[in-house]
Design a protein around this ligand. Structure first.
Ligand code: CTP
Length: 419
């Protein structure tokens, strides 16, 4: 029976953290899935697990030194970096991530990480203060921008006795992430470009106040990440959110609806466009130049004159040479009745000229706005399909999968070569 990682080679870098003991389990499970596992043990890593255990479990020689005559003779560090399908760093310590982020190559692990042209997945593990330190935050952002994928850390009791994020995720999660990274799906959108909008917009009332909404950007960011994982070049145009930039995605940050429209126009042409942002429908007609004062407004308060913002989806989905070949919009409704929700979404699909609309009920009781889960209905020309309640990352994955299938069908219909 074939296994998911048959004929795949994973290069596992084990750095010096207490979580290194879990890496032994990662080796075992990767091999169970059919992978060949080669390991680099850093000097720190060897303080926690022995080369003997790593060699016994991997069934391979363990690589430890950059300047080892025998190792360089048998398998130079450049070959080590290239003769694999993915590099996994588990545990990834604060120190190793700092050295990766600054492009150092002062030991075998960092030299290989700098020399590799393969996808890199890191599983950070460290004390909570170290994880939250601005220096680590900077390094994580740099690594993400370099296309390095991160998994975890998980929150919980740490070996040092403190509680919080910092614990390495469990071996089965790391193995699942490797499978996802190496699955055939990883390339279904290579050569394609995608534009994704995400998050809220802010429309100024005066220099210190704005109109906004509760959108967190979680769903849009997850969609951008899922499309990038399938090999698409993704531009994510996002309003202000606390979400981190997804791995391998070009992020353009904007504040207002009009800035979002401009950034989207600049990002075109694209094969795929997904409009997940909660764009403010109205903006104050004349934002005050100075801070509005309470005095002089009277007890009735103040009225704001609002005018409509441009409809980004409605504008960019109109027929024309720049129209992406697949345009996906969202419909955020406060409507718990699925049939009525779908009906409204179908209306939005037609009025905005979108190909698909992802409809969701965002009423406060659903916890969708700002929460981690979503219940969606996919409305297309063929009708509606209702999905179960899923994590937003799962919704994103399913949607990206469906997008990849639709794009492949369009290519096949045009007689274009598949990605
Ligand atoms: N959208 C957009 N620009 C706007 C408003 C909405 O691009 N100015 C997009 C959203 O990103 C989403 C779709 O249009 O993909 C529908 O957004 P939604 O807020 O559900 O609908 P509206 O068009 O704003 O209509 P209404 O608020 O009346 O339901």
């Amino acid at each position: 029976m074939s296994r998911p990682l048959d004929a795949r080679t994973v290069l596992l870098v084990i750095a010096g953290g207490i979580a290194a003991y879990k890496s032994l389990e990662v080796i075992r499970r990767l091999r169970d899935k059919g992978a060949r596992v080669r390991c680099i043990l850093t000097r720190g890593g060897a303080e926690f697990v022995t080369p003997m255990s790593v060699a016994a479990l991997s069934g391979e020689k363990v690589y430890q030194e950059l300047f080892s005559l025998t190792d360089e003779g048998e398998m130079g560090h450049i070959r080590l970096a290239r003769d694999c399908d993915a590099v996994v760093v588990a545990p990834a310590t604060a120190d190793l991530m700092a050295r990766m982020a600054s492009g150092q190559a002062d030991d075998l692990a960092t030299a290989v990480l700098l020399a590799t042209d393969k996808p890199v997945l890191t599983a950070p593990a460290m004390n909570v203060q170290m994880w939250q330190h601005p220096a680590t935050r900077r390094n994580v952002a740099t690594l993400r921008g370099d296309g390095v994928q991160m998994i975890g850390p998980a929150a919980g009791d740490l070996a040092c006795g403190e509680v919080g994020p910092g614990r390495m995720v469990e071996p089965d999660e790391i193995v699942a992430a490797v499978e996802a990274l190496l699955s055939d799906a990883a390339h279904t959108l290579s050569g394609k470009t995608a534009l994704v909008t995400s998050g809220p917009t802010r429309e100024a009332i005066d220099p210190v106040r704005y109109l906004g909404n509760f959108s967190s950007g979680k769903q849009g960011h997850a969609i951008a990440a899922a499309l990038a994982r399938r090999g698409a070049r993704v531009v994510l145009v996002t309003g202000p959110t606390a979400e981190a930039a997804p791995a391998g995605v070009e992020v353009r940050r904007v504040e207002t609806g009009r800035e979002m429209l401009d950034a989207c126009r600049t990002a075109l042409p694209a094969d795929i466009a997904v409009f997940a942002a909660a764009v403010a429908d109205w903006r104050p007609e004349r934002p005050a130049a100075g801070k509005l004062k309470k005095s002089g407004q009277g007890a009735q308060g103040v009225s704001l004159a609002l005018i409509q913002n441009p409809d980004i989806l409605g504008t960019l989905a109109q027929a024309g040479p720049a129209r992406p070949s697949l345009v996906v919009g969202f419909a955020a409704e406060t409507e718990s009745d699925a049939a009525r929700l779908i009906e409204r979404a179908a209306h939005k699909r037609a009025s905005k000229n979108a190909d698909w609309i992802v409809a969701n009920d965002v009423s406060p009781g659903t916890g969708v706005l700002g929460g981690g889960r979503n219940t969606v209905h996919i409305v297309t020309a063929a009708g509606a399909e209702s999905w179960p309640t899923l994590d937003k990352t799962q919704v994103a994955d399913r949607l990206a999968e469906r997008i990849a299938t639709a794009i492949a069908e369009k290519d096949a219909a045009r007689g274009a070569p598949a990605a």
